[in-house]
Design a protein around this ligand. Structure first.
Ligand code: AMP
Ligand code: MG
Length: 516
């Protein structure tokens, strides 16, 4: 078995935060997917890890040397209700490696059998949902969004019982860490303040090592909390700017690292609708598209509660200090959202010095410009991804030619309503780059196309690929889609089918499921 140079700080330093455990043996391991670029990043020998023999490793039957599998303890607010004990019910952290860039990364199984945290669950996972983790994680990564990623998926040769019998699989996931808001909640709910402190120290060493220079422990904790909040603000803005709906933003699915995690009932929006929800169990729309930043803040408030005793001995004072961070969150989010929207609008970079124009006023005007654009998409049910992408066509050629050739106008049932907005946007571009409003701006178009993907994981394409793999053992559609998702900003004609929205009636009925 090829060597993996594990260095397992979580297992070693945090006794009492996890349970040593072993993956369940499975009958017939078969490797379905190995992430070669990621293996390279981790300094692993991808050739040796993709031999038929290595399937036993990826399915959990043989453990790589140096692995110390543990099930991590965590709690979580699920749809607003608190569960004091969740934990890795079907996951095991194998250990940590230092990647080629010197970053510490977790390598963990998902679907490797029951653990002491399984409650009623079978500890198993199915092929479809685990390949879905591959597709969404790789898409997020290619889109430049912090995310956990799949290293491998192995079929187990077992059937797992869901609404119907499904082929089983084990996913190997790589993460900056698996620390969650819910990890802090687990110990805070038990009033184990020393363990919360230990966890915070661990998280700081791992994710915010520069903060160790802060001598005052309360100040250090507060600064750590602020860093987590800032990462989440940035992450949420990135999600929103690609139309991503996580679907199950429970506190156990929110990382301390700022990576996206757990792609169960997630979906990408097609026609723009702020209230879009796809998850079959999200009846109240708690995790609807536009609600996500509010939920992120709500989850951060739950994290803050766990840290209060570390922030100040005087409870009222601790609450005040944590609240300052929570109150700053919407501003951080809006700033990050605006930065992304400006890139999508072709307003990247400092632009011309706008003498006499107040930066705040310009920010307000740009927010209104982006907001009115989204209103147009909403009113006319325009595909979010295509609209942003094809806006770049408008910049590429001058106004008169764009009116004839751009792919944007045909997306609108009433393109006339778009014209005043386009004129306003061109005025704004002119203010930014000093060219006449109607000018052709090929370079601006090129930067816009780096901010607005051509390809996202379209729900119907994801489902098609997963159904072929799960129902017929045919991985070809999965591999084709994966290839397209890994180059989302380039227009390769052979990927065109993946860029097309689903028929509206398909999207209208599209539901995602948690029972993965
Ligand atoms: P998730 O919805 O995947 O984020 O999981 C929420 C909680 O349910 C976590 O504690 C999981 O470990 C647990 N869980 C989910 N599916 C299973 C399963 N099939 N068997 C055991 N535990 C599970
Ligand atoms: Mg989870």
């Amino acid at each position: 078995m090829p060597a993996i140079a594990f260095d397992n700080t979580y297992a070693r330093e945090l006794a009492g935060f996890h349970v040593p455990w072993k993956p369940a043996a499975v009958p017939a391991p078969r490797l379905l997917f190995l992430n070669r670029p990621l293996a390279e990043e981790l300094g692993l020998d991808s050739a040796a890890l993709s031999t038929p023999d290595s399937a036993a490793l990826w399915a959990g039957n043989t453990l790589p040397e140096g692995a110390q599998p543990i099930a991590q303890a965590y709690a979580g607010h699920q749809f607003g209700g608190f569960s004091p004990q969740l934990g890795d019910g079907r996951a095991l952290l194998l250990g940590e490696v230092i990647d080629r860039q010197g970053r510490r990364r977790d390598i963990a199984f998902k679907g490797s059998g029951r653990t002491p945290f399984s409650r009623g669950g079978d500890g198993k996972a199915a092929v479809g949902p685990m390949l879905r983790e591959v597709l969404i994680g790789e898409a997020m990564h290619a889109l430049g969004i912090p995310t956990t990623r799949a290293l491998a998926v192995a079929a187990t040769g077992e059937r797992v019982v869901r609404e119907r019998m499904l082929p089983g699989a084990v996913l190997t996931r790589v993460a900056a860490s698996h620390l969650r808001v819910g990890t802090f909640q687990y110990f805070a709910a038990r009033r184990e303040t020393d363990r919360v402190r230990q966890l915070a120290d661990y998280a700081i060493a791992r994710h915010d090592p520069a903060l160790r220079a802060i001598d005052s422990p309360p100040e250090r904790t507060l600064t750590f909390f602020r860093a987590v909040a800032r990462r989440q603000a940035a992450l949420l803005a990135q999600w929103m700017n690609v139309g991503f709906i996580h679907g199950v933003m429970n506190t156990d699915n929110m990382t301390i690292s700022g990576e996206s995690i757990d792609f169960g009932p997630c979906a990408f929006m097609e026609a723009y609708h702020p209230e879009a929800v796809f998850s079959s169990i999200d009846h109240g729309g708690r995790y609807a598209y536009a609600n996500q930043p509010h939920i992120a803040r709500w989850n951060l408030a739950r994290l803050a509660e766990t840290l209060l005793p570390l922030i100040d001995d005087e409870p009222q004072r601790a609450v005040e200090r944590a609240t300052e961070v929570l109150d700053a969150f919407p501003g951080w989010f809006e700033t990050a959202l605006r930065r992304g929207q400006r890139a999508k609008l072709g307003l990247l970079g400092p632009g011309l010095p706008t003498a006499g124009t107040d930066a705040d006023l310009q920010a307000e005007a740009d927010d209104a410009l982006a907001g009115d654009w989204l209103d147009l998409l909403h009113q006319q049910r325009v595909d979010f991804t295509q609209a942003w992408r094809f806006l770049a066509d408008e910049a590429a050629c001058g106004a008169p030619e764009a009116a004839r050739t751009s792919r944007l106008r045909p997306l609108f049932a009433e393109p006339g309503a778009l014209e005043p907005w386009l004129a306003r946007w061109r005025e704004r571009l002119a203010l930014h780059d000093g060219q006449p409003p109607a000018a052709a701006r090929p370079e601006t178009a090129a930067t816009m196309r780096q901010a607005s993907p051509w390809i996202i994981p379209r729900n119907h394409r994801v489902e098609e690929a997963l159904a072929a793999a799960s129902d017929h053992g045919d991985l070809a559609p999965f591999e084709r889609l994966l290839q397209a998702l890994r180059r989302p900003f380039d227009e390769h004609p052979e990927d065109a089918a993946f860029a097309e929205p689903a028929p509206a009636e398909v999207t209208a009925c599209y539901r995602t499921f948690c029972g993965t």
